[in-house]
Design a protein around this ligand. Sequence first.
Ligand code: KIV
Length: 262
Amino acid sequence: MNINDFARRKVAGDKVSMVTCYDYWSAQFLNQSDVDTLLVGDSLAMVMHGFPSTVHATVDMMATHVAAVRRGAPNKFIVGDMPFMQARYSHDVALQGVSELMRAGSNAIKIEGAAGQLDLMAHVVESGVPVMGHLGLTPQSVEAFGGHKVQGRAEAAAEKILADAKALEQAGCFALVLECIPQMLGRKITQALSIPTIGIGAGPFTDGQVLVLQDLLGMQADFKPKFLRHYMNGHQALSEAVNHFHSDVTSGAFPNCQEVYQ
Ligand code: KIV
């Protein structure tokens, strides 16, 4: 998958799959998978570092993880997330962040929101850096939303998201993540744009879907928002494996005679 394939997929009606990836180990595995594209999302602040929200991600943190993912997945299209506020201080600061994420190994940058940063996004695109937009429940604005809540339910809010989506296309974004919006709004935006939409909790009509890897693997048994599908019970599988190791150690069953050097 390269940047041109996103537009081709939209025209052909072929869906795009994207998963988050934060580290070398899972990047190696995903590099050999069929998944189209990897997102080094700022959700890594929560999933990998245990912070309560994505506002704790920094450019340094993002660049370290992008570089690890690039080493593990040399063949995948990698999108790096611009962390909280990086696009808002000034163009210089924003461009510094973009440069660091690109040098770390990103093929494209994802920037949340639209209002107040359309010029910056157009400038980044004109500078030769593909930009992915992100609207709906933009987690960096979680405090303004009063929690992780579905966005665009009221007509005015839906119209605003649609207008922002058109503005992001106009600014040159090559794709747009739509997070936690009603499915009919997901469909309306997808039909209105010539760039692909990639949904998470935005229904089946978007041009692609993205999930957090650890979520789709069911690593947190009790984290099951409505939009999420667990593709395995990762929490149980891993617990069983490490507990099996523990019991083999304590019973003396590990190592056996084939697992020792003579
Ligand atoms: O940071 C992230 O993981 C994201 C996805 C949820 C789209 O932005």
